[in-house]
Design a protein around this ligand. Structure first.
Ligand SMILES: *Cc1c(COP(=O)(O)O)cnc(C)c1O
Length: 473
């Protein structure tokens, strides 16, 4: 069927290599535990294995695939390793991988409904499913409510978008662009600060936190009142539901009430913890969502869907679309002009968009609500048990409450002992954690939630820690 005058791989070869590649991925996942999590390479080692110029003539796919093992694997950090307790998980799953492959196979652009109707309609349906699965306000559904959800690349993009809409809204109400102010807690993710200056805010406030590292609403109110007295226009406030450092939870309802009183756009950054809301018992952590204008969370962190898949919900899509729509004759089409359809190009900065909803759709269907709930709840349970062990160990102290599946602790003997403990864990090769800082002092973060992690890995990590503490003394 392939025209031999074209330079493409014959489709029969594609079929064969495709099967080989799936086998390769399955073999990788089956044996991942046997590999050291971090690669033993120096800067430039991988590059040195790659010719400095592209091949003049086409190479055989067999030898290209072989270089996955020879060139790539030696420099891979195994984020899918079951001993991955670092950062937050970067999840994936067999269903998600298949969705990703199908998306690449179709290679369509979904910037408009008309450029591939299924891209838009599957995405809208899956976003509406999530509203129910996570117990979000029903008015955020695209089909029946004024709100809606859209998939973006990252939570940083979603937050940046929210900042732009908030700025635009304040300016439309008479503020000067130079005077708008954005607020988030001193423990907010740096995407808040970065998004603010990219969106042109000249006034960015880090609001003080309480002893659990959650934003102090009284301090927020004081900051807003001081800015108004100085002639500025408070425009945006972010509540974090699960900060990156310690998964602190800002008081969403109190911050929402303040946002309504002073007319600020209220955004929620639940990048990590949003996935936990598949469990109804977690939802009290974000009580007050009816006082929220936008919300982001990353299925690519904890909901079995590989990067990139960050969800952005708005309570009122008209404001978002009003800010981000640009008329263009090239984009004109009857369905759009009649207002009959959703055109996601008007929901974010990029024009082109790939079929990212496919992998999330595959995941939600493959696991089902029950499967997702059980999956998250098991991590929460392991984290609770681990926390109890930390609390009852004489040489360890918790740095923050364990609200989700991140345990933050340090060595009671001081910062050097904490650093030494972290080094010992990471030197094991099979368990990997990150060190962060709170109140100017380092602490160990154990983040449970990698796709292939089982209870035995969490128990083994605890044994590793207790043995290391024995040897330190
Ligand atoms: C991980 C994280 C982010 C950034 O997510 P990206 O999708 O990588 O941009 C933002 N906020 C919080 C609270 C996070 O944990």
């Amino acid at each position: 069927m392939t025209d031999p005058s074209l330079p493409h791989m014959p489709l029969d070869n594609f079929r064969r290599h495709g099967h080989e590649l799936i086998d390769w991925i399955a073999d990788y996942l089956e044996t991942i535990e046997d590999r050291p999590i971090t690669p033993a390479v120096e800067p430039g080692d991988i590059r040195a294995k790659i010719p400095s110029t592209a091949p003049a003539t086409g190479e055989d796919m067999g030898s290209i695939l072989a270089d996955l093992d020879d060139v790539v694997m030696p420099g891979i950090t195994h984020w899918q390793h079951p001993g991955w307790f670092a950062y937050f998980p970067a999840s994936s799953s067999p269903a998600s991988i298949l969705g990703e492959i199908a998306s690449a196979g179709l290679a369509v652009q979904g910037m408009l409904w008309s450029t591939s109707p299924a891209v838009t309609e599957v995405e809208s349906a899956v976003m509406d499913w999530l509203v129910d699965l996570l117990g979000l306000p029903p008015t955020w559904r695209t089909d029946t409510g004024p709100g809606g959800g859209v998939i973006q690349m990252s939570a940083s993009d979603c937050t940046h978008t929210a900042l732009v809409v908030a700025r635009d809204r304040a300016v439309a109400r008479g503020a000067s662009r130079d005077d708008v102010v954005a607020y988030s807690s001193a423990h907010a993710h740096f995407s808040l600060e970065k998004g603010s200056w990219v969106a042109g805010y000249q006034h960015i406030r880090a609001v003080p936190v309480d002893s659990t590292f959650a934003m102090d609403p009284a301090a927020l109110r004081a900051a807003i009142e001081a800015d108004i007295a100085a002639g500025l226009t408070p425009a945006f406030v972010c509540s974090a539901v699960g900060t990156t450092g310690t998964t602190a939870v800002d008081p969403v309802r109190s911050i929402g009430e303040i946002s309504r009183e002073f007319d600020l756009w209220h955004h929620i950054d639940a990048a990590y913890a949003g996935s936990a809301m598949v469990c109804p018992e977690m939802r009290h952590h974000q009580d007050g969502l009816e006082l929220v204008d936008s919300y982001t969370f990353n299925p690519h962190k904890w909901l079995l869907t590989n990067f990139d898949c960050s969800v952005f919900f708005v309570a009122d899509r008209a404001q978002l679309i009003g800010t981000l729509s640009i008329a263009s004759p090239l984009m004109s089409n009857t369905a759009s002009d009649d207002g009959a359809v959703v055109d996601y190009r008007n929901w974010h900065v990029p024009l082109g968009r790939r079929f990212r909803a496919l992998k999330l759709w595959f995941v939600l269907r493959s696991y089902g609500a029950d499967g997702l709930e059980a999956y998250i709840r098991q991590h929460l349970g392991w984290a609770t048990e681990f926390t109890g062990k930390v609390e009852s160990h004489a040489r360890l102290e918790l740095v923050a409450p364990t609200t989700f599946a991140l345990i933050s602790f340090r060595h009671a003997g001081g910062d050097e002992a904490t650093a030494a403990l972290a080094d010992t864990i990471n030197a094991s090769g099979w368990a990997h954690i990150t060190v962060s800082e709170a109140d100017g002092r380092p602490f160990v973060r154990v983040s449970i939630g990698s796709t292939w992690t089982q209870k035995r890995h969490v128990d083994a990590l605890w044994d590793l820690i207790t043995n290391a503490l024995e040897e330190q003394s």
